[in-house]
Design a protein around this ligand. Sequence first.
Ligand code: DON
Length: 569
Amino acid sequence: MRNSVALGLLVAASLTGSTALAQQPRWWSPVVADSAMVVSAKSEATRVGVEILRRGGNAVDAAIAVHFALAVALPSAGNLGGGGFLVVRTADGAVHTYDYRETAPLAASEDMYLDESGEVRPGHPSWFGALAVATPGSVAGMKLVHERHATLPWAELIEPAIELAERGFPVDPYALRLIAGKVDDIRRFPGAAAILLSDGQLPAVGDTLRQPELARTLQLIATQGPAVFYHGEIADSIVGAMARRGGLVTHEDLRRYRAVERPPITFDYRGYTVHSMGPPSSGGITLKLILEQLETIDLGNYPYHGARAVHRIVEAMRRAFAERNVLLGDPDFVDIPESILAEPYAHELAASIDTLRATSSIDIRPELSASQATVESTETTHFSIVDPMGNAVASTTTINGSFGSLETVAGFFLNNEMDDLTVKPGVPNAYGLVQGRSNAIQPGKRPLSAMTPTIVVQNGKPRFIVGSPGGSTIITTVAQILIGTIDYGMTLAEALDGGRIHHQHLPDTIRAEPWTLSEDTVAQLESIGHRVEMRRGYSGRAQGIELGPETGLLYGRSDLRGGGEAAGF
Ligand code: DON
């Protein structure tokens, strides 16, 4: 059935011309293509990636071009002033994972956000404004992956983003929602207001958003490379803005910044090989701990989203996050116990699950306890790419909050990634995460991330390429997509569209998207000691590609929760 739908769409695409672009069709079906696919959170960026692939560029060429295009077309999350992670599996089967996470400035200190009595200062200073900014990594990261894997010239990959910034793009309802959702904060930051508002007012759907200052900045990066960002004119702008506005990033921070390759987190899940991101992202290890606990049961035989399945999944999430929140941090600063990477670790966690009763989070890792969480609006973005040669890329990038710290320089937004560090033990971050001392603020340290760009391999070929935004829910989003496909035999599109649940140890609550669990299921879960919160709003916004093992076709899906696009040829 799936194959006939797929072939029908291919035929439909070919009827409109031999080079017809497969585009995001109606809600019920993935986009189908036979040699290459790009899925990102913005159609303008997706099309840039497809164009690079058509020119003969590989998946990493396309990823670099998509990254810069997202910096223009999705300024809430795409970025020059942030950081991210990229997982690439080359056609010969080698897997490389790259870390261009931001670093805490050298002048940062463990108690930098606390007052004399040890309380977090008012106004959320790790979130809004210059003091929230960590040293950006994205430009160095793009250059590193370019040196290692790319085939097209650096400047050629930035050119489409420059054009997009000059020409502008139409504000769509999704972009308007992002701006409107934050307009009061945007008005407090003149640089942000100048980019996003016209005369202080919200743009209308259909208005063109042009970013001439950003175009000039991108032009400098295209012609001078990362040197201009870390040592030259852009570095001067960043440092000048930081000095004027009370931020900490200095020339020395920028000069010292390095993007690095990290060892991938690779593990087997029911015969599939999963490759994901290691520390300083917690994504790969936490995903592994969740799935390996579930491997001890025949999950696919538990009714989907029924109480029995949800209980087991939640207990696995609770335990995996407890370990994450206590043990993980920047591997250049903390010793992460190697045993966490061995299968028995997860199996031992699973052995402590009571099949009939919810475990109280506080009993698992009593050293973590939380005060009340604050909720902020957040944005990150993921894209997945497969090229005609068989290379695959999964990349997730962020400035943390929606439009980051709201501080801007040279036409771009600066991150507020400092909030991902432990501002004070016991005080939840913007995602409600209660983290420990392993993620405490230290000069030069990378904040622990939840970004989980993931490539799943079956029989020596990429099978799923997936990732998502969503802060702490990134990990549980990716886990549930893999559970949907691998345990329940869903297509990637079905698994990606399915409702999501989330547990992160603290708060000790199951969060569920509103249409995900039936009343009966909630009642059953509550009767065994779970707290369930039906949460308005989405959990993640994934972008994924499935490679059909029988058909050899590519099936792309941009999450229905957000305004992205899958396209290919
Ligand atoms: O690195 C992290 O885990 C967070 N800074 C990601 C932020 C995020 O996903 C916000 N998106 N909605």
